[in-house]
Design a protein around this ligand. Structure first.
Ligand SMILES: Cc1ncc(COP(=O)(O)O)c(C=O)c1O
Length: 380
């Protein structure tokens, strides 16, 4: 029996999502742009999903633009919309804790002459909204801050940051990829202008996501082509995946906040067990301002990669650093930004729970972990 504790890397599809998608793949093959019944059936499937995503986020359906995932959403904001919207402005405020799909486009912009202020994070992984506000300059075009970090799960004070950006007349973008489906990401009353998410972190498929763009904001995309998505993203819609994302959002609407409570119980059972059974460990990141499913633990003196492999052999999937970086021995940049030494960062593992996990799985991990940590430490 495998125990999958890597839900921040990706999540299994829910049965309801598979059923919705299978139905669409089999029966709803039309092109949503076609005016005949086959096409209009596909159009209805896309429209229905758009309503579901919008309902989860507390926005209007017209604000939802389907994309190929959060990487595309983040690139669309930074490399598509921003250059078109910014006029003479050439400055962005972001943070040292962003996902590479924000950080890499920021570096592209820097090479094109933009300036980026990356606000730091403290030992708990939190940034100070006042520092974000103080970093805003007369030519700041955008504030882009991650909602919750993929490695530590630390949740930033996005509502406050968005208010401060709005007061200063600056657009606010947040990459909410890790938060959506785990905690409430209802931005009905939040001055967030742009928000990115991806389906596969909330039990929908990979390769589908969305960018929320308030209708008041002039849009400029990066995929030019047909009139799809009201001309904002050319390319025939991925109808089945869009329907799958919609179904996952409907599940999230029905299950939050019970889902968050369950995840937190499992995560806390794991942490309490580790703390009781394994010496010389420390938790990375705030214990209160954190996603309910995420635990990042430093096993002092053990190589995280070795421990990850040993756990995998025993049937347990976890992650060291960000999943996109696994295989690389670079210490996690986020942990280093929180003041951990490269050695401490390399000794850290991310354990993220989700749908399908239960107490017995957590107990199985706790039964094997102390010995594996002992062995990983003595292998150093
Ligand atoms: C915070 C965050 N942003 C963006 C992404 C990119 O999502 P995708 O690979 O689906 O485009 C991820 C996925 O790892 C993420 O965790």
């Amino acid at each position: 029996m495998r125990v999958y504790l890597d839900h921040n890397a990706t999540t299994p599809l829910r049965d309801e999502v598979v059923e919705t998608m299978t139905g669409v793949l089999r029966d709803t093959f039309g092109n949503p742009s076609s005016t005949h019944e086959e096409g209009q059936a596909a159009r209805r499937a896309v429209d229905h999903a758009r309503e579901s995503v919008a309902a989860l986020l507390g926005v209007g359906a017209g604000d939802v633009l389907f994309t190929g995932g959060a990487t595309e959403s983040n690139n669309t904001v930074l490399l598509g919309m921003l250059p078109a919207l910014a006029g003479d402005k050439r400055h962005i405020v972001s943070s040292v804790g962003e996902h590479p799909s924000v950080e890499a486009p920021l570096e592209v912009l820097e090479r094109r002459g933009w300036r980026v202020t990356r606000v730091g994070i403290d030992a708990d992984g939190l940034l100070d909204p006042a520092e974000v506000a103080a970093s805003i300059e007369p030519d700041t075009a955008l504030v882009s801050i991650i909602w919750a970090n993929n490695e530590t799960g630390v949740v930033q004070p996005i509502a406050r940051i968005a208010e401060l950006a709005r007061e200063r007349g600056v657009l606010m973008h947040t990459d909410a990829t890790q938060a959506v489906g785990k905690v409430s990401v209802d931005i009905a009353d939040m001055p967030v202008d742009l928000l990115s998410l991806t389906g596969h972190k909330l039990n929908a498929p990979k390769g589908i996501g969305c960018l929320l763009v308030r209708e008041s904001i002039a849009f400029s995309g990066i995929l030019h082509g047909g009139p799809q998505e009201r001309g904002r993203r050319g390319g025939t819609e991925n109808v089945a995946c869009i329907a799958g994302l919609g179904a996952a959002c409907e599940l999230a609407i029905g299950e939050l906040p019970e889902r968050a409570t369950l995840y937190a119980q499992l995560r806390d059972r794991l942490w309490d067990g580790i703390a009781a059974k394994v010496p010389n460990i420390a938790r990375n990141g705030s214990e209160t301002r954190v996603l309910p499913n995420t635990l990042n633990v430093e096993f002092a003196g053990a190589a995280g990669e070795l421990l990850l492999q040993a756990l995998d052999v025993e049937g347990v999937a976890v992650s060291s650093g960000a999943a996109c970086h696994s295989g690389s021995i670079e210490p996690s940049a986020v942990l280093v930004a929180m003041g951990r030494t490269p050695e401490q960062a390399r000794g850290s593992l991310r354990l993220s729970v989700g749908h399908g996990n239960d107490d017995s799985q957590i107990d199985r991990v706790l039964a094997i972990l102390p010995d594996l940590v002992r062995r990983a430490r003595s292998a150093e």
